[in-house]
Write a protein that binds this ligand. Structure first.
Ligand code: ZN
Ligand code: FE
Length: 230
């Protein structure tokens, strides 16, 4: 595996967004996935001596693009994101659509269109690295609200995620696990959910993100994936 992935909690205690710093190890080229706000990202980059070359945006909402302009100015980086949301994404340089491949050094992300939360929402799928960035489409044990698309759009987007291999790890745009978990563990709990609970609690107790979780476990426990009509 040549891609390293580091989460940065943004808008802590308010929206609990995750930005991710991803680095292609061979080329040492880095990108920020969803620059929610500039300050915590700049702090992290200073501390780890990282100079990001790109921002990869999943969708246009303010809590995913809030740092775009400032980070672009500071690092002279390029911003990639859904072409369909070009006018709504501050500083967008590289427009992406379904089937495109974004190259980060020697690492490659396949672009998956996933409308529903917003019409242009895209996922970044690093197949060789088994990593999927899901923005506000898929959260741990939950999904994002359907703000622009239809329930059918969202269902189709979730089908695409469910079709991906079980050993892919996914990285959501928010830390909402505890909220979802609390409602799901109130009833009878099966072995898979027990496993999810233990994993989530142990990570949260250490003040770590619950992500990443495998798609295998997510497909078994997330009601929106498990009960999806095929
Ligand atoms: Zn959103
Ligand atoms: Fe969001």
């Amino acid at each position: 595996m040549s891609l390293t992935i580091k989460p940065i909690l943004c808008r802590a205690g308010v929206m609990d967004n995750y930005a991710y710093i991803i680095t292609d190890e061979e080329s040492n080229i880095s990108a920020i996935v969803d620059a929610s706000e500039a300050a915590p990202i700049i702090d992290f980059c200073q501390e780890h001596k990282i100079h990001p070359s790109y921002i990869l945006t999943t969708h246009h909402h303010f809590d995913h693009v809030g740092g775009n302009e400032e980070l672009k100015q500071l690092y002279g980086l390029q911003i990639a994101g859904p072409e369909a949301e070009r006018l709504q994404i501050p500083g967008l340089d590289i427009g992406l659509k379904e089937g495109d491949v974004f190259k980060l050094g020697n690492s490659k992300a396949e672009i998956i269109a996933a409308p529903g939360h917003t019409n242009g929402h895209i996922l970044y799928y690093f197949a060789a690295d088994k990593a999927l960035f899901t923005g506000d489409v898929l959260f741990n044990l939950c999904i994002g609200g359907i703000f622009e698309g239809t329930p059918a759009d969202m269902r189709q987007s979730l089908q695409k995620i469910r079709a991906l291999p079980d050993d892919v790890m996914f990285y959501p745009g928010h830390e909402y696990t505890w909220h979802s978990l609390r409602s799901l563990i109130s009833g009878k709990v099966d072995e898979d959910m027990k496993k999810y609970y233990e994993l989530a609690v142990s990570r949260l107790q250490e003040h770590k993100p619950v992500a990443p979780v495998s798609l295998e476990l997510e497909k078994k426990c997330n009601p929106y994936l498990r009960d999806l009509q095929v």
